[in-house]
Design a protein around this ligand. Structure first.
Ligand code: SAM
Length: 278
């Protein structure tokens, strides 16, 4: 797109994408990264804007359609006031609103119980590309006073999560915080974490940058990383994904020199998880 590649075209593209209601809260850094790739390929600025929105939809928008954060917060506030069983039911109801987090609900009671069995309580957890998974904190083995840092690319999602964490209820015994962050460009500091969650995210990141999974895994400094892959497509079809992702995970490990790491696989009905210990 020679003419519109002029300086300023990328700024215009980013401004146009962020002006649309569906993408107004997306990290400008990720919008810029995707926009630069699409500008280089497209025949016009208009086409590049459309392609950028499509790509952002694939990596994020498709999972979180029409969030109703205010209503969800009210629902959580009322349920938390009723005590633990009602709180857990309400958390499950809200987690249904993110397609990827929703797929974990049928296996949630066993997911962390199995993958983290025998490891005691964690003190500092980082949840990368979190979606609504931080609402599953009550299912995680966390020490009292533990830190939990969650990040995803939506600023309104981070605001919602921080408001939920501040409600009296199941998050009160820990320090949880959510932030807007493009983990492709700017992964958070994980050097003090005793557990990093990278759940069903590597395939998403690799749609933008083929090396993203390897770069991210190499940049994570934590003794334990729980990595997972989806076992069905967003449309719900199961298409031999277990074998495909098992092969790509092992290829990824080979690329980052992880052959000596201890790997424990856990296959669930909807998700394939690997605990990496090093
Ligand atoms: C498949 S979902 C997984 C959500 C969550 N980890 C879970 O398993 O419930 C992928 C998530 O990655 C987020 N995401 C995509 N690209 C990202 C990026 N560059 N930085 C941070 N988050 C990103 C999306 O918004 C989406 O919530």
């Amino acid at each position: 797109m020679p003419d519109e590649q002029a300086p300023g075209a990328l700024d215009t593209l980013v401004a146009q994408v962020l002006a649309s209601p569906k993408y107004h809260a997306v990290s400008p850094s990720l919008t810029r990264r995707v926009g630069a790739i699409e500008l280089a390929k497209a025949a016009s600025l208009k086409e590049a804007v459309k392609a950028t929105k499509n790509r952002l939809h694939q990596v994020a928008g498709a999972y979180l359609e029409s969030p109703r954060y205010d209503a969800w917060l009210t629902e959580l506030r009322m349920a938390f006031a009723e005590g633990e069983p009602a709180a857990r039911l309400a958390l499950r109801r809200v987690m249904r609103r993110h397609a990827s987090t929703r797929e974990r609900l049928p296996i949630l009671d066993e997911f962390y119980a199995r993958t983290l069995a025998g490891l005691g309580l964690f003190h500092r957890v980082v949840d990368l590309a979190c979606g609504l998974n931080p609402l599953a904190i009550p299912w995680l083995p966390l020490a009292e006073g533990a830190d939990y840092l969650a990040c995803d690319i939506y600023s309104d999602l981070a605001t919602f999560l921080n408001s939920a964490f501040a409600l009296p209820g199941p998050f009160s015994a820990i320090y949880a915080h959510a932030e807007t962050r493009d983990i492709l460009s700017d992964p958070p500091d994980t050097s003090n974490a005793d557990l990093v969650l990278l759940l069903k995210t590597i395939p998403c990141l690799e749609q933008v940058d083929r090396d993203a999974g390897a770069r991210l895994l190499a940049a994570i400094h934590a003794p334990r990383i729980l990595v997972s892959y989806p076992l069905r497509t967003l449309g719900g079809r199961v298409v031999g994904m277990e074998r495909h992702y098992d092969e790509s995970f092992h290829a990824l490990l080979a690329r980052v020199g992880g052959s000596r790491w201890r790997i424990t696989p856990h296959a669930f009905a909807t998700e394939l998880a690997y605990l990496i210990e090093r």
